[in-house]
Design a protein around this ligand. Structure first.
Ligand code: PAF
Length: 290
């Protein structure tokens, strides 16, 4: 695996790959890699060669009171893991390389980025779409891989790619969970002791929604009430939002129809976590993926 720090060299390499009709895949990450990232990389390797993994802790997507400085940085362990997986290129630019003095541009997916995570973390998605568009411009991948845990992020990136006529396909891969159901996230390292135990309540609440749907419940207010009942049994969990939204508009729906998501965010101790379940029509019923 080659580690690349400059935009110019990264562009050169993927330009040559495309000239040879090779299918370039991109897995954007902020490092502190875990099995969730590895599943994206394996998906990329099934469809693409070369596969580029970018590792950049993007300052623009952190709010002023958020965890930019504490965000886990494990470059050497990440590099070893990527090497073992057989990744072709690690793109690890510095903040100065990505945002040199005089950088002025921001990319905003209007509307979709104001709700849910966007309401709780103003400016977050503006930072995400700005850096992802830069990565798309640098690597110009045919396929780019994102985790479904960040479902709103994936929806925004899909919209940005369509609106800006980018020549890539956004692939969204399933959530990878720990044995107790906690969705894997680089921020899980913040969860210690009782907070780690309590955090499993999030996926339990989604599993209850799945069970209620299997019993025939279609009313989203009743489904969300069942979810809240589970979360209130866990005093360390403070719910920020829980909504059932349409997959395309991200607007709340009153009863299940089409493809939709249960999206939730909560603080467990000082750690903010997000999680979701995907609900898809399945004949006369619905299939729920937690
Ligand atoms: O999901 C992430 O890790 C980040 O938001 C991303 C997509 C790498 C952009 O910085």
């Amino acid at each position: 695996m080659e580690t690349i720090h400059t935009i110019e060299w990264m562009k050169q390499i993927t330009h040559e790959a495309r000239a040879q009709d090779r299918i370039v895949g991109l897995v954007p990450t902020m490092g502190a890699l875990h099995e969730g990232h590895f599943s994206l990389i394996r998906a990329a390797q099934r469809e693409c060669a070369p596969v580029v993994v970018s590792l950049f802790v993007n300052p623009k997507q952190f709010g002023p009171s958020e965890d930019l400085n504490q965000y886990p940085r494990t470059l050497e362990a990440d590099r070893a893991a990527l090497e073992a997986l057989g990744v072709d290129y690690l793109f690890a630019p510095s903040p100065q390389e990505m945002y040199p003095p005089g950088f002025h541009t921001a990319v905003v997916v209007e509307g979709l980025s104001d709700r849910l995570e966007g309401r709780s973390r103003p400016g977050h998605f503006r930072g995400v779409t700005t850096v992802v568009l830069k990565l798309f411009g640098i690597v110009q991948p045919r396929f780019a891989y994102f985790g479904r845990k960040d479902a709103q992020q994936a929806r925004l990136i899909r919209q940005m790619s369509a609106d800006l006529n980018l020549d890539n396909r956004v692939v969204v891969c399933p959530i990878v969970r720990a044995a107790d159901g906690l969705a894997l996230s680089s921020r899980n390292v913040y969860l210690k002791g009782e907070d780690r135990r309590a955090s499993a309540a999030l996926s339990r609440s989604l599993a209850v929604v799945r069970d209620e749907i299997a019993r025939g419940e279609r009313d989203t207010a009743r489904l969300l009430a069942a979810l809240r009942r589970i979360l209130t049994t866990e005093p360390r969990v403070a719910l920020d939002y829980a909504e059932i939204v349409d997959n395309e508009t991200l607007e709340p729906i009153a009863s299940l129809r089409g493809t939709c998501y249960v999206l939730l965010a909560a603080k467990v101790g000082d750690t903010r976590l997000i999680d979701n379940a995907l609900i898809e029509p399945d004949g006369a019923n619905f299939k729920v993926s937690v």
